[in-house]
Structure formats: C-alpha cells, structure tokens
Design a protein around this ligand. Structure first.
Ligand SMILES: [Zn+2]
Length: 322
C-alpha cells in the first residue's frame, strides 16, 4: 500500500496512491478514485452483483462515465483501466466496497465510521449492507444508546431501535445527552422514545401498589414472627398469598426508597439498591428482634425477586415503531 504513482494523464496534478488490499490487485477491471485521491482497483462483477447503483454506473460506456465530481476528468485512464471519480473519501469508499465484496466484512471501530459507511451503502443500494450495519450498530447500543436509537430509526432497524430505547433507560426522560443524530429523526421518533421511557417508569412506580400481584410472603424479610419489641414498627400490606399482613417499616421504607431510585435508572437495580440495602440492614439491626434474623440473606433474596419483577415489567413494554 501507500505506493505513490503518477497518473498517466497530465490533467491530474495531484498525487494518487493505491488503496489497501484487496483493492490493490492487478486483475481488477476498473478503478474507483476516492475524493482524497486513493485508487481502489475493483472488479465490476462484485460491484454489479452487490449494488444496482454500481451496476447501472458500470454499464455506461467506459471510460466516459463519472460520478458527479470534476466534470472533464471522467475519461482518465490509469494502467489501462478507466478511472471513475467518487465523492466519498477513502474510509467510506473502503467500507462500502468491502460490503460489496465477499467476507471478511469491514470493521467499524466507531459509530462515526459506521454511520458514514451506512449512508454510502444506502446511496449505493448495496444488498445485505443494511443487515450488516444493523448488527454493528447493536454493538454501540450500551455506550451510546441515544445515538444508536436515532440511527436505527433513520434506517428502519427497528429491532436495534428497541434495544437502544431500553438502554436509554440508564438516563431517561431528557436526563440523557442531546446528540446530533436527533437532527435526523422526526418528532414522532423522539416522542416514541419518551413514551417508551415514561411507560417503563410507570411500570416501576406501580411496583408498590401492585405488590399483591407479584410478591409472596416468603420473599419479604421475615414479616411476622420476629420477636420484636413494641418499638419496632410495622405496617399493613397485602401480598400474593397473604392479606393483610404486617411488614416491618424498615423494609417498607427500603422498598419505597429503592423504587424511587429505580425511577432514575430502571435498568440498574444494583446501583439503586446497593447503599439502600446497607441502610435497611442497619435499621433492622437496631431492633433486637430483627437482629436475630439473617437480614443480609433475606435482603439478597428480596432484591433478587425485585430484579426479576422489574425485568419482567420492562421487557413487556414495547417501543412503538411505524
Ligand atoms: Zn424488629
């Protein structure tokens, strides 16, 4: 690679270099030149099969075809091959062409490169590129959910949009970042995201009023028979298998606080519950009756049950897509 060569015609004063393999072979039958003057030696067969755009472009009589830039340079020939000037830069053209060629597929290390390649692939109408790009997009969903959501919506990758929407719950309801990709989506797309987030938060908020529909008595840290003195307060609630039942106020306070924390990030129960669990255990330990219980284990058990319920509620909420 990086071999510098002089074009055969005198009309192009700039230095041109050859692309990386596999686009440097001497068995190619046409050259696509990027806007930053890198020559891709390619095979018409691969391009024509992968892309109706390329098929139409390459079916024009050679060498008098061009692709939109620098009129008058379309009749350039190098090493006996017609040169077609493209408006894409090296990185984008490389990625787009790799999507046309047999594997290995291109690598997208950043969302920026994937985004640019996807745009080119859409322009060239490259078969199968949508699926490949959508798979790559998924890899960025955890780190940059808002951007991924907007891109997925832009290209109609609805499965990816749904997964990204879920990841935006790390910072829901406009606490998350503004990203430039929001410029490319409609108000409807943004509305659907906010609607999804709101429904997920409502599902968390209703954990307490719905207690009797999902929690069993055995999941609550020892509500009834702890030998507590009178100053260890209780309150009445209902569970799936017992109603009414008295539960310890220190546990009820914990439940209320952890639900409050989950509303800010429904995906991370560990973060929401970590400190609060310690506080609950401390409060329990202040009572000689509750102190006799295996509070830590009981709290772990309850948190596991809570995690299952939160996951179940959120996974049942669907993002609305067109
Ligand atoms: Zn007690």
């Amino acid at each position: 690679m990086a071999e510098h060569s002089v074009p055969e015609t005198l009309s192009s004063p700039v230095e041109v270099r050859d692309a990386d393999p596999p686009f440097d072979g001497d068995d190619a039958d046409i050259i696509l030149r990027s806007c930053d003057n890198v020559d891709f030696h390619v095979h018409k067969l691969f391009l024509s099969r992968a892309s109706p755009f390329f098929k139409a472009m390459l079916s024009l009589p050679t060498p008098a075809h061009t692709h939109g830039v620098q009129p008058g340079t379309s009749d350039e020939v190098r090493n006996g091959l017609p040169v077609v000037r493209m408006s894409e830069d090296t990185h984008i053209l490389d990625a787009a062409l790799r999507l046309c060629y047999p594997p290995p597929l291109p690598r997208f290390d950043t969302l920026e490169t994937l985004k640019a390649a996807w745009r080119a692939a859409a322009k060239f109408d490259i078969r199968g590129a949508h699926e490949v790009c959508a798979q790559y997009l998924l890899m960025f969903a955890k780190q940059e959910p808002e951007r991924v959501y907007a891109l997925a919506w832009t290209y109609g990758a609805w499965d990816v949009a749904a997964i990204a929407a879920r990841e935006t719950l790390q910072q829901p309801l406009l606490v998350g970042p503004y990203v430039e990709e929001f410029n490319d989506i409609s108000g409807a797309a943004l509305f659907r995201l906010l609607e999804y987030q709101r429904r997920c938060i409502q599902a968390v908020e209703t954990l307490i009023p719905d207690l009797k529909t999902w929690l069993d008595l055995a999941d609550i840290p020892k509500p009834i028979d702890a030998r507590c003195p009178a100053q260890c307060p209780t309150r009445e609630t209902r569970t799936r298998d017992a109603s009414p039942v008295d539960v310890k106020v220190w546990w009820w306070t914990y439940l209320s606080d952890v639900v409050g924390a989950l509303k800010k990030n429904p995906l991370d129960l560990a973060a929401a519950s970590g400190h609060l669990t310690l506080v609950a255990i401390e409060r329990a330990a202040a009572c000689p009756g509750c102190r006799e219980l295996s509070i830590t284990r009981a709290m772990e058990r309850f948190n596991r049950r809570l995690a299952v319920e939160v996951e179940s509620r959120i996974s049942h909420i669907q993002l609305t897509v067109p």
